[in-house]
Structure formats: C-alpha cells, structure tokens
Write a protein that binds this ligand. Structure first.
Ligand code: ARG
Length: 461
C-alpha cells in the first residue's frame, strides 16, 4: 500500500500480498467502515482537530464511496490489504490530500475493532429477530396440533404419552434461552473502541463519548489495549450460535425421525424435501439433514477463533484477522438456518392418526399403572416390580394392557380393580398436571406464557 510504505524500499511480494490480504472477505464491512469514518471525521471537526470544511469534504467523499460500492462501481484493488485501506485510498483519489486527515487520531487496530463491533451488533439483532420468528412458528404449530398425543421417549424408547404441543414447547424454551444469550452478548458488544489508537490511546483531544453517541453505542471501552485486542464478543456470538445450532440440530433430527415411514408423525411439505435420482418413492428431508450437518461448521468457527486467540500476547496481532470469516460464516449459516427451518415448521402437516397409533403401542401407560398401585397403598418400588411382571406377562401373550383380564391383573396384585380399565392416554396426560407437566391445562398455560414472551419481545404483534 503506497501511502504507508514510507519506511520500505521494496513493494511486498505478490504472493505475500495475497496471503496477508483480508479484502476478499472484509469488504463485507464496507458500510460499517464508512459509518465509523463519518462519525470519526465529525468528531475531529467538533474538537477542532480538522476544520469543519475538511470534515465536510471527507464525509461527502465517504458517502460517495458508499454509493459506488453499493452500485457495484467501486474497484477493489487486490494490492490493498483490506477494506479500510481500500476506502481510504479511494477517498484520497476522490478528495485529494485532505482525505489523508481522516486517519488522524485513529489506527486500523481500533478501526477494525469498531467495524467488527458494528457488524456484530447488527448480526445479534437480526439473529434475535429470526429466533423470535422461529419461536412464533413453534407456537403456531403447537396451537394447531393441540389435541395431538405422541409417545414421549427416553433412550428413543416409548416412555410416557405427551402432547405434541408440550414437546414443541420444550424447544420454545431452548430458543428462549438462546435469545437471552444473544441479548447478553449484545451488552458486551455494545462498547465503542475508537480512541484506543494502535494500542496505547491517542495523543489528540478527542471526544469518545461523542463518537459513542454518534454510533449509538451504550459505552466506551475502558482500556485501550483490551479494546484493540479483545475478540470475546465474536467468541460469545459464536458460542451462542453453537448452542442455537445444537438446539436446531436436535429438532432437525426429530423432524427426520418423525417424517420417516416408521414414525410418520409428520409430513413435510414438498417444498422442503427432495426426491432421489434413483428411488422414485423417496421424499428426503434434506433441509433438516443440512440443519444438522451445518451445525458442524458453526462449532468449527468457535474452535478456530478460540485457538487463534489463545496464545496471543497483547495487543493487536495479525492473527486476529482470522476472526472474520468464521464470524461471517456463522452469522450467515445461523440466519439462513432459522429462516428455512421456520418455513419448514410452518408448512409441515401433523398426522395425528399415526401419532395416536404409536401411543397405543409399547405399554406406554406402565408408569401410570405403577402410580395406580401406589395410590392404593403400594410402595413405589414394589409397584414398579409388579407392573414389570405384568408387562412381561402381556408381552408373552401378545396382549396390550387393555386386553388383559382383571384376573390376570389380580394374579399379580390384589390392589388391581375394575377401575384399572379407566386408565387411558387421556387420563395419563391429565394426571401430569404439575407445573411444567404435559397435562392439557398446563400446556395451555405454557402456550399462553410463550405467546406473551414473543409478543412482549415485539414480535408477532
Ligand atoms: N486487515 C486487518 C485485520 O483485519 C486490519 C488491521 C490491521 N492492523 C495492522 N496493524 N496490520 O485484522
């Protein structure tokens, strides 16, 4: 870069230029870079470090450059290292020497920290918005399938009946915590680093509070060395994204299972499935599979960043340029995943008949039978044992609980009576009316709570 090569006699090797450049990916920060520079120029003028007229020229130049970039007319030159230098070089071309005053009281180190924080702040708010839309879709599906019962599983073995809505609201809770994590991460991202200079602060009488308020930051950074070398906020976004993707991937796995012929609880809309090039009967849940698959790259970006940072002495080191691609990829992957998954949830159909059949298999009321005996005075451990033997008896005879005669029940415990036949899936559900349980009345309350959370967040109004 010619204008900073003062102490050099040689141009950098071409391969070195390519190897060290971040322009191919950090051009994505152009809007944030211009925004930060305009605020900086205004602050310099307000403080009398440059004249008002100079600031005018610079900001007009920057606005024109922004337009060039947005209209695809900007020439990105590969010999310029990054977006910051590209914009500055273009500013010099456009407004002449006065453009060289923009970088007064600033370093690329605090500049890049600022740009990345501006980017992350936006990404966080987009992420929360998409999470809310996703939660809204879960609520709608839960509402629409209120009466649907599915087997609840442990070890992927049918365990106890649950409402599908209850199962869906379990995911609502996970995404609620995810939204909270992004919100927390925003607090620590919302810190304005300009004024830190290269690492030690700057020698000019600048106004950092003014910069923060121009750029809408809640705080200014307290330590210049920390501010130029900290990428915790990126790691936090990525870590929160890892958890959100983990939750999305688990739900994707359920979608894959549930849409299989074996389960058949749901049918995916054709728009969210693909056919096979060889097997005409196939309708593959590729979207859900890719949600599961893309989770890997998001984990990878977090691990890459943590590894990049772990051995760096203060303050800025060029290694840190490696922070960006992982962040961009994570934001893109998470936002796209949330959007496509929302569509998939909104269009899938629930097959309550298949779900009902699945609930009918597998002695799913065994716990309820044990509880029945306990309520008649039996100790729970003994009751568990009795029902275990009852299951074995029924399995051997190929009978369901309902098909066993009262004598068969009584052969295992005299506490069994006619009323054992009134144990049903419905009574099982209704009996789990503890707060947070799957009883329809509790699920109704949970739904109301979920609607309120999403509504209060400003989404779905
Ligand atoms: N391209 C660099 C990055 O993305 C910008 C900061 C460069 N600072 C420096 N002293 N070389 O991290």
């Amino acid at each position: 870069m010619s204008h900073i090569r003062g102490r050099f006699h040689k141009a950098a090797d071409k391969l070195v230029n390519e190897y060290t450049a971040s322009l191919p990916f950090d051009r994505r920060l152009y809007r944030h870079d211009v925004e930060g520079s305009i605020a900086h120029a205004r602050m310099l003028a307000k403080q009398g470090i440059i004249s008002g007229e100079e600031a005018e020229t610079i900001t007009r130049g920057l606005a024109a450059i922004l337009e060039e970039i947005e209209q695809g007319k900007f020439e990105f030159k590969s010999e310029l290292e990054d977006i910051h230098m590209s914009i500055e070089a273009r500013l010099l071309e456009k407004v002449g020497k006065v453009g060289g005053k923009l970088h007064t009281a600033r370093s690329r180190n605090d500049q890049v920290a600022l740009d990345l924080r501006l980017f992350a702040r936006e990404a966080i708010s987009d992420t929360i918005t998409r999470l809310r839309a996703f939660q809204q879709a879960l609520i709608e599906l839960a509402e629409a399938s209120k009466g649907v019962v599915i087997p609840g599983y442990t070890h992927l073995q049918p365990a106890q009946p649950v409402l599908l809505a209850h199962h869906l609201l379990a995911y609502f809770e996970m995404f609620e915590r995810d939204a909270g994590r992004f919100g927390d991460c925003l607090k620590r991202t919302d810190v304005m680093p300009l004024g830190s200079g290269a690492l030690a602060g700057v020698t000019y009488d600048i106004d950092r509070e003014f910069l923060a308020s121009e750029l809408g930051f809640g705080q200014v950074s307290r330590n210049s060395m920390d501010a130029v070398s900290d990428r915790d906020f990126v790691a936090e976004y990525e870590a929160a994204a890892c958890l959100a993707m983990m939750h999305l991937s688990r739900l994707a796995e359920e979608v894959i299972l549930w849409s299989s012929a074996e389960f058949g609880f749901i049918e995916l809309d054709e728009a969210y499935t693909t056919g096979s090039s060889i097997m005409p009967q196939k309708k593959n849940p590729d979207v859900a599979e890719l949600v599961r698959g893309k989770t890997g790259r998001v984990y990878g970006s977090l691990m890459a960043l943590l590894t990049v940072m772990k051995g760096l002495p203060l303050a800025y080191n060029r290694d840190m340029q490696e922070d960006k691609e992982g962040l961009f990829d994570t934001v893109d992957t998470l936002l796209a995943t949330l959007e496509v998954f929302t569509g998939m949830i909104k269009t899938l159909r629930v097959n309550d008949e298949k779900a009902g059949q699945a609930v009918g298999h597998g002695y799913i009321l065994a716990t309820d039978l044990a509880d029945y005996l306990v309520k008649k005075g039996e100790a729970f451990r003994t009751a568990h044992d009795i029902v275990g033997r009852l299951v074995s008896h029924a399995v051997e005879r190929g009978k369901s609980f309902a098909e066993l005669g009262l004598a068969e029940y009584r052969s295992l415990s005299p506490l069994f009576d006619e009323d054992v036949y009134s144990l049903t899936v419905e009574s099982s559900l209704a009996s789990r009316s503890v707060a947070g349980g799957t009883a329809p009345a509790q699920v109704e309350k949970a739904l109301a709570g979920a609607r309120k959370i999403v509504g209060d967040s400003g989404y779905g109004k």
